[in-house]
Design a protein around this ligand. Structure first.
Ligand code: ADP
Ligand code: ZN
Length: 438
């Protein structure tokens, strides 16, 4: 399987010898640490507090000595405090949505943009896409990294890019059909909405040339993948990235769909115990920490992503030697605690979609009653079921309740709602609504 790419310079770095890769990573890491030490005040002072100098990084293992960076560092230094080059070298700015307060700002030099383009191009190649594909980019264009990130990578691949951005869904479907789109990039929740809108226009996606979806920017589950693949006839690939590190293109699945290969020649991954900060061995689950090895405008060293996963070091059947990370089950800040129990929205999604008759549209509502915190899950169900006899609705509600309670170990209130009751998302879905009293 691997041979088709082995001599292709496009993805050659996905297949390099491990020793060569480790050597390259160390060389780049040392350069990056020196660069940050010389130009980023916050990093410099944290190194000094620990009596460290860049020369102390002698092996890759020495990375564990270096201080972490966290999201608050970006907010505290808003807007450009972590930039390590003069503004005259910064050719692009992006900002992440930032649900509270100020957004976080990231900058790129010309060469940073080239790295980004390269990894996204390798990401598309990893999903089997080539210059013969028509890639519709339905991630939002603008300050969000999704749209432009996917756009330039697809262009670099030589594919035909259709830059629709998000929204205007009816038109997206029309263009998808008329232009013969073969791959779509967007959030998995938005693609679900597209499937629905297509059907409303009398179009079954399974009849269109589209064969691949590159989905990311929000957590989603294997159950969601099954639903999407069955409803649209495409192969749904998981892509991971975050603005702080570069944007989309940090990691992506290959045809095996068994974890996402990290482009570790540019982004060095570690997994830590989020409580102690201790580095965990490959295979253990914890918080993903990433270090940029080749990004100069805003080097990120040991950035704590808050995303929970594990590193898969075993060789992949595709032949790529770069390591994988498991699907991001959740970000730690999406987790909520109800009566002392940690609950991840992805557990609830898994339970909902394991029951026949449910639709992939749901909300999780947290509320307080008689001083106690509770969970209500509103789930859309298909039309036939909704207009069906009360008894089958009750049976479904019962099945759903026990599926969810079985997975999270807490009592929940399940409400079945009619189609189109839950708000659709054109970008990142917001599924948890918190009405708890504080
Ligand atoms: P924001 O923090 O405002 O959402 P970003 O757009 O940079 O800004 O989002 C990056 C975050 O999105 C990641 O840290 C991660 O939590 C989430 N994310 C991105 N891709 C995936 C994915 N494939 N699976 C799960 N979560 C993802
Ligand atoms: Zn693989």
């Amino acid at each position: 399987m691997s041979s088709q790419y082995l001599n292709d310079d496009l993805s050659a770095l996905d297949y390099v010898q491990k020793d060569y890769l480790r050597g390259l990573q160390l060389e780049r890491l040392r350069k990056m640490v020196q660069h940050a030490y010389d130009h980023v005040e916050l990093f410099n002072s944290r190194m000094k507090e620990r009596n460290l100098v860049p020369a102390d990084v002698k092996s890759l293992g020495d990375i564990a000595k270096l201080p972490f960076m966290v999201k608050a560092d970006l907010r505290d230094t808003y807007p450009f405090g972590l930039f390590a080059v003069p503004m005259s070298e910064v050719v692009r700015l992006h900002a992440s949505s930032g649900t509270t307060g100020k957004p976080i700002v990231v900058g790129y030099t010309r060469s940073d943009l080239e790295v980004w383009m390269e990894v996204v191009k390798r990401a598309f190649a990893s999903c089997g896409l080539t210059r013969d594909d028509v890639i519709q980019v339905s991630y939002g264009y603008g300050l969000f990294t999704g749209g432009l990130g996917a756009h330039y990578g697809a262009e670099a691949l030589g594919a035909t890019v259709v830059p629709t951005s998000g929204g205007n869904t009816q038109r997206q479907i029309m263009l998808m059909r008329d232009f013969g789109t073969t791959a779509v990039c967007c959030t998995p929740s938005y693609f679900n909405f597209m499937i629905e809108q297509a059907l409303a226009q009398g179009i079954d996606m399974r009849d269109l040339p589209i064969k691949a979806g590159i989905f990311g920017a929000e957590p989603w589950t294997e159950e969601m993948r099954k639903r999407i693949e069955a409803a649209s006839g495409i192969k749904a690939y998981d892509i991971y990235g975050l603005s702080e590190i570069i944007g989309p293109g940090v990691a992506i699945e290959c045809g095996c769909q068994q974890g996402m290969h990290v482009f570790e020649d540019h982004f060095y991954p570690e997994i830590i115990n989020p409580e102690t900060g201790e580095v965990l061995p490959d295979g253990e689950t914890g918080e993903l920490v990433l270090t940029t090895l080749s990004k100069y405008a805003m080097p990120m060293i040991r950035y704590r992503t808050r995303d929970i996963t594990k590193i898969i070091a075993e060789p992949c059947e595709c032949g790529r030697t770069i390591r994988r990370i498991a699907r991001i089950s959740s970000r730690s800040d999406d987790m909520f605690i109800i009566r002392g129990v940690n609950v991840f929205p992805s557990q609830i999604e898994t339970a909902i979609l394991s029951v026949d008759g449910t639709m992939p549209h749901y909300n999780i509502i947290l509320y307080t009653e008689n001083g106690l915190d509770n969970i209500e899950v509103d789930v859309e169900i298909n039309e036939e079921l909704f207009s069906d006899k009360v008894r089958s609705m009750e049976a479904l509600q019962h099945r759903l309740t026990s599926a969810i309670e079985g997975l999270i170990g807490l009592r929940v209130r399940v409400k079945l709602v009619a189609l189109n009751t839950i708000q659709r998302s054109e970008g990142k879905a917001r599924r948890v609504i918190d009405h708890r009293e504080r």
